[in-house]
Design a protein around this ligand. Sequence first.
Ligand SMILES: Cc1cc2nc3c(=O)[nH]c(=O)nc-3n(C[C@H](O)[C@H](O)[C@H](O)COP(=O)(O)OP(=O)(O)OC[C@H]3O[C@@H](n4cnc5c(N)ncnc54)[C@H](O)[C@@H]3O)c2cc1C
Length: 387
Amino acid sequence: MVVGAGPSGATTALLLARLGHNVVLVDRARFPRDKACGEGVMPPGVDALRRMGLYERVLATGARPLRGVTYQLPGARPRVNVPFPVPPGGGPAGGLGVRRTTFDAVLVEAVRDEPRATVREGERVTGLLRNASATVTGVTTTAGEILGRIVVAADGLHSPIRAWSGLSVPPRARMRYGLAGHWGVATSARDAITVTLAGNHEWYEAPVGPDLLLVSILSYRSRHPVTAREYAAAARRSVPALRGAELVSGPLGAAHFHQRVRTVAEGGVFLVGDASGYDDPTTGDGIAIGMLLAERLAKHASDFLSGRISADAAAAGYARDHAVLVRERRRLTQLALFLARSPSLGRRAIGRAARNPAALGKLVAINCGYETFRDLTPRDWLSLAGI
Ligand SMILES: Cc1cc2nc3c(=O)[nH]c(=O)nc-3n(C[C@H](O)[C@H](O)[C@H](O)COP(=O)(O)OP(=O)(O)OC[C@H]3O[C@@H](n4cnc5c(N)ncnc54)[C@H](O)[C@@H]3O)c2cc1C
């Protein structure tokens, strides 16, 4: 059984059902549901959608193809465009700007279409069921009990299941928070995410529909934070496209991003997506990595459920794949936060990249999992340092 029907949980449930297993997918929310997000799906997430045969269905909801990321300082000077890289094996490059309401609903509908899957919405999981040897055998919910040979926790950043199963590591006090709102702005001329580094915070703009611009802020807590009440005025002051525009929905918020786990699989519980550990949304890859992790988890879980390997082997195999998928991305997030936190370094790095964007392009490729830090040359490091 799978708890949480966001992109990580829905992908896991869909793939397990397609591999021939009976799956229950349960979420406390009813879909379509909204969530604070920058709503950019990075290229590996788009690749995963294509593998699942869902790319066209997502596009039909009004999702917007994205060709890259534009980094800039306030006032748009300097400004550098970094195109998304082509995947190593070839194929189309590009991300997608999506509305979480429709994007997540497409995935949940795809699960519902599978004869072996049951979707239960509006049902909150309240605890874990265990057998005599303390292995988790299911969950209790607001509607009763659900048993499962494995329990997949895809219940998000502040995962209750991660806490109940003893897999959480106490979080470090990283005081970052985010707010996201939708604005009525013509987006036909936009085909990139725009990131504006503005001192102790960043603004993100993403086209997510024909006349819909998502504008989010990620910030360190400061003496003068941008609160939800001040979001609209601060966004209008900082993002020129919003002057005179209408705030259509939001803002929604989230905080305490840095979450770590002792292990990602143990005692019948498998953690996936944000529930399996998180750093910060700054690199915008949470949806994509959640779907990639779900693919690996579905494979190992299926091997166990089909009797090909033991539960311990499935847990170990998934933990190995998880480490490989997140290692370089976590380093990249640390580097991005370092640059975001040091205004003078960020300014120099973008100034240098405006003249030669190759090094910044390699960082975007690392974020996609197409390159690694080993591919950065000393010249690239100097360029990132603004030298
Ligand atoms: C401000 C901000 C900007 C971001 N920008 C981007 C971006 O541009 N691109 C990107 O890829 N990522 C971005 N992210 C991160 C992205 O939103 C997450 O990484 C992604 O949603 C993780 O998906 P998930 O399926 O793991 O969890 P979620 O999408 O959070 O889904 C978890 C689900 O679990 C359910 N649930 C929780 N508890 C229970 C319970 N007890 N019982 C039943 N159900 C439960 C919830 O209702 C929810 O539907 C951003 C995040 C923030 C906060």
